[in-house]
Design a protein. Sequence first.
Length: 153
Amino acid sequence: MLCWAMLALLMQMIKDPLPLPAADAVQFISPAQISVAARRSAQIDLHFHIADGFHINSHDPTEKWLIPARLAVVEAEGLTVTAVDFPPGADYALKVAPQQKLSVYTGDFVLHAHLKAQPGEHNLVAGLHYQACDASSCLPPHTIPVSVKVVAQ
């Protein structure tokens, strides 16, 4: 039954493509800069906003074929990201398959990046990969840049 629901969703996407570009569906909000204690474990809260009417799959979607939210961090000398914590997703059901629950993010959400930094200024550079959808269709998968200046003292 889920296959028919996905076929219906794909047909709707072809018929009525979404007007919003994939790059505008999710925004990195903050922080632009943060200060941490050098050589000590620290946590940076990365704030994101999903456009009204849209959702993205959580980091742990309910089906293997769904595209999960992922944060890819670029390694930088003097800065080590040891882990990234994602919030739990919220249950969401498509109109074409109300019994099938998806795990999604909507509105504002925060990722917690755990790191250690050597003394000095560093740039945490990453990309949030996601696929944004509304109630009837999905945009192509997209990655937005995430950049935070980390000052370790």
